[in-house]
Design a protein. Structure first.
Length: 114
């Protein structure tokens, strides 16, 4: 069995060892590990159902964690006066790097990529 799966299952068992009601809970850290593992396996061609089964979590749960992981709170704060149209740097989780564009150009690019 994949060492990452074994480590996930052991950590999940430790987190849930005192639960008597049968409902399992997973920390944010474990959820992130599961999503990272699924992302890597998805790139290798493995399906969500297979990865969820290997990790020992319901498919819907892994899918929900993955959706939640796509959105991260951000804050935009000006470090220059608004009149000085400063270039913006954007780096996606997938490694796409966009820099040297103003904010309006970034917005247009993201809209076209969707």
């Amino acid at each position: 069995m994949d060492p990452a799966v074994v480590a996930f299952r052991r950590a999940a068992a430790r987190e849930n060892r005192d639960r008597r009601d049968g409902a399992r809970r997973y920390s944010t850290t474990l959820q992130q590990r599961a999503v990272a593992y699924w992302t890597a396996r998805d790139r290798a061609g493995d399906g969500l159902q297979d990865v969820a089964m290997a990790l020992g979590v319901p498919r819907q749960t892994l899918q929900r964690w993955a959706r939640a992981a796509r959105f991260h709170p951000i804050a935009v704060t000006p470090d220059r006066p608004a009149s000085a149209a400063a270039p913006v740097l954007v780096i996606s989780e997938a490694g796409l790097r966009v820099e040297g564009l103003d904010l309006e150009s970034i917005v247009q690019l993201v809209a076209r990529l969707r």
